[in-house]
Each structure stands twice: as structure tokens, then as C-alpha cells.
Design a protein around this ligand. Structure first.
Ligand code: SAH
Length: 217
């Protein structure tokens, strides 16, 4: 990895982190992780010069790598503590998963598009990140590995899926954008007891939609 992560990239990352601080990101674990993960390696080579701009970009299969500010916000809202067991729905490029691993979480990530899953589950270990990667429909969560301390959904859902709520530990937090295709509101769903959940709303975002089923090609 070293040869592909130059001083120039490191300098650009530092500026990205400074920008995120100005935009209100305070969690030191989040800032340190974004300062470390080589985002340019997650993008198609045609977009490599844009890797450290605070923007979303195409990653193939009609999907996008989330904007760094969005990754930072969701990661901060999760209130990650070392060794937290985290489920991510929507692996995409694998960037968000790498940030969570860098923050010390034990990460389980699910993607519904075979093409993206195939690429990412080989790529991440090649740069030193080893979350558990799964191909499947995130609406089902990962019952075999539940419950989770934290759940992050990186695609826009129309409602909070009941299955995911039940896979949260009591006291656990789920960060999920909820809305329609044009705009979502970031929800933090906290499981207070076996049957009680509290929802906090944390601003408007735009995600690709969370879709049912899998795409096998
Ligand atoms: N976390 C990603 C963001 C990817 S965009 C990153 O850091 O790059 C959202 C991703 O969610 C897309 O790859 C999309 O295919 C996936 N997705 C949408 N609905 C899903 C579902 N039901 N289960 C799993 N993945 C889903």
C-alpha cells in the first residue's frame, strides 16, 4: 500500500480532516480514521484526483461512495467504542467499513450487489482491512451474528426495518437515513429495552435507495 499512498495523498487527507472539523465533526476516533484510510484507493482510477474532495462519487453498478462528511457524521452518531460489534448495511466501495475498522470496531458488512461484494471482499484485505464481508439482502440483517452494539445503514430506507431493530443489543444504536428517494433524514434509533426504542433525528442527507433482494450479476 505504501507506494500507492504518497505524501501528496497524506497532505490532501489532512486538509479533508481539517475541513470536516470546520463542518462540526468532533469525534477524535472518526477524524483519526479518516486521516488514515486511503480513500483514493477505493475509487475508480478516473476519479482518483477527486478522492479527497468532500463529495460522493460513482463506484460502478450505479452506486456511489458516500461523501466524506456523510461517512464522518454517521460514524460520529454511532458513538463507536473500541471492540464494538457493528453491522453495516450497504458495503458499496468498502470505505465506510474501513473507517469503522480503523476506529477499532469489529465490522460485519452486507452488500446486495454481487459485483461490488466480489470486488470489495478481495480489495479490503489487500490494503490491510479485514471486516467480515457478506453478499445478501441487508433487510435481513445477519441473524447468525446478532445482536450488534451498533448498526449503520448506508442506503436510504423508507422506514426503519423491524428485523434490524431486533438485531440491536439493548442500549445499542442504529444510524439510518429514512425518507423517500429525493431526501432522507438521519435517524438514530436507540434500543432502550426489549420492546422500547427511542428515535433522534439528525439532519437531512441524500443516499441511494435501500432496495430489497440481491443482484447476482
Ligand atoms: N458504505 C458505502 C456506501 C455505498 S452506497 C461506501 O462506503 O462506499 C449504498 C450501498 O448500499 C450500495 O452499494 C447498494 O448496492 C447497497 N444496498 C442497497 N440496498 C441494500 C440492501 N438491502 N442490502 C445490502 N446492501 C444494499
Amino acid at each position: 500500500m505504501e507506494s500507492n499512498d504518497t505524501l501528496r495523498h497524506q497532505g490532501l487527507r489532512k486538509r479533508l480532516v481539517d475541513g470536516l472539523k470546520i463542518k462540526g465533526i468532533r469525534d477524535e476516533l472518526v477524524l483519526a480514521a479518516i486521516g488514515k484510510v486511503p480513500r483514493h484507493l477505493f475509487m475508480d482510477s478516473g476519479f482518483i484526483n477527486f478522492a479527497y474532495k468532500d463529495q460522493a462519487f460513482p463506484i460502478g453498478a450505479g452506486q456511489t461512495i458516500s461523501q466524506p462528511y456523510t461517512v464522518a457524521c454517521q460514524s460520529q452518531l454511532l458513538k463507536i467504542e473500541k471492540n464494538d460489534k457493528v453491522l453495516e448495511v450497504g458495503t458499496g466501495s468498502g470505505y465506510q467499513a474501513a473507517v469503522l475498522v480503523e476506529m477499532g470496531a469489529s465490522v460485519f458488512t452486507v452488500e446486495r450487489q454481487k459485483e461490488l461484494y466480489n470486488k470489495v471482499h478481495r480489495f479490503l484485505p489487500s490494503i490491510g482491512y479485514t471486516p467480515a464481508c457478506f453478499f445478501g439482502d441487508g433487510y435481513n440483517g445477519l441473524p447468525d451474528f446478532a445482536p450488534f452494539d451498533k448498526i449503520i445503514v448506508t442506503a436510504g430506507a423508507t422506514t426503519v426495518p423491524q428485523t434490524l431493530k431486533t438485531q440491536l443489543k439493548i442500549g445499542g444504536r442504529m444510524v439510518i437515513p429514512v425518507g423517500n428517494n429525493n431526501k432522507q433524514e438521519m435517524y438514530v434509533v436507540i434500543r432502550i429495552s426489549e420492546n422500547e426504542y427511542k428515535i433522534e433525528k439528525r439532519g437531512k442527507f441524500l443516499f441511494v435507495p435501500m432496495l430489497k433482494g440481491v443482484v447476482n450479476s
